[in-house]
Design a protein around this ligand. Sequence first.
Ligand code: NAD
Length: 459
Amino acid sequence: MSEEILPQLTAMRRYFESGVTKPYAFRKQQLLVLKKAVIAHESEIYEALYTDLKKSKEECWVTENGFFLAELNDTISHLREWMEPESVSTNLLNLPSGSRVLREPLGVVLAIGPWNYPLQLLFTPLLGAIAAGNCVVLKPSEFAPATAAVMQKIIEASFTNDYILFVPGDGATVIPNMMNHFTFDHVFYTGSTVVGRIIYKMAAEKLVPVTLELGGKSPCVVESDANINIAAKRIAMTKFSNAGQMCVAPDYVLVHASQKEALVAALKNRIVQFFGDKPEENENYGKLINEKQFDRVVKYLSQGNLIHGGRYNKETLFIEPSLLDGVSTESAIMKDEIFGPVLPILSFNTTEEALAIIAKNPNPLAFYIFTSNTMKEKLWLDAVPSGGACVNNTSWHLTNPNLPFGGRGFSGLGAYHGRYSFETFSHKKAVMKTPTWFDPAMKYPPLKGKLGIFKWIIR
Ligand code: NAD
């Protein structure tokens, strides 16, 4: 394997060094090629995502191909402006020099994707890397094989493999083989924290910079003054989308004790309204990706009192949208990222009580607060460090390309989307230009006797 892939990666390095990927016209053209190909394969994308995850076309559009195309259009419309040298002011010491920051492509970068949004989470980093002028190796998840096959078809029909190389296969074999034999200029990884740590270690050996988009155990707080009807609607919508297999899904709810009964009733109503009495038969309700994930999530159903749902079917990998209460903070469901359609509902009386529970899993990928009081909103946002956050909403922050998307601590390192993707895949090169007509002797040795003037200039 290593012998086979190395010449290909070396050819990519040569292609990058030829400079062909750097001009604006080339980058824009490749983005248009990618856009055209994704649009042309729309039906195949829907079929593949249905096969892998039972996603409906509507859900695909919002979270996969449509999401991706919106990011791509935003990038195309801003690319020229993002590529402009950025003029910055120059300090007194260096006047009359001029200063600017140039965005340089990094080189040959590796993007690694997970299975839960297999297209969006591989192609969105790809478009950022193309926009920034890089060559890209794409490694899809082996657990969404139908979508990986369509993506491979799109890439191989659109680009030469010395520019964009698609490398499917078992991550634990393919990725170390590449990373240990070739020095990438950046690794962009989306997936679990456990594997993220492995990637980070391999990258550190060669001092390769990384972006790590990792897992989350994102808390959702519902305050005593929250609009309960809206909270239930927005929590249920995100939590049970893609059968709960979403990195920013509300992992558990912390509701003020005074509102628990009302919230539970509203959540039950919304679940039935969204997915019917038999979610297994509902076209808009997804399935677990595979038996391993199914077995893992089913175990959580018995780690509390089931107050809604609880039905499952291993043959169809179906788990019903389920609500639990009476969950111990010491149980596995409150320690692991749930990543499935099971929602524990815990109640609190004081903010301190709720913060102590959140602090057991610090730095979540997202934090959600439902309140109608702006003072409380500020208090909660200040008190909970997280990758991102929504007030009176869940997960939608990631659909705004003007917001950086990423985690902190165990939930990740770095961010992307919109301009942030372009920045992630660019090196910021500091350039100073100094005129030759002004060259004061004061700057040069001998320095003796110049301390006073230095102290005045450098202060
Ligand atoms: P995963 O870590 O199992 O796999 C992700 C990728 O890593 C795959 O391409 C896989 O082939 C590769 N891989 C697996 N084992 C490897 C190894 N030993 N060495 C090198 N590479 C290896 O993650 P997953 O199960 O596909 O995705 C689910 C996780 O991803 C969840 O924790 C979820 O929260 C997280 N996630 C995060 C984001 C985000 O944007 N932060 C988005 C989606 C998913």
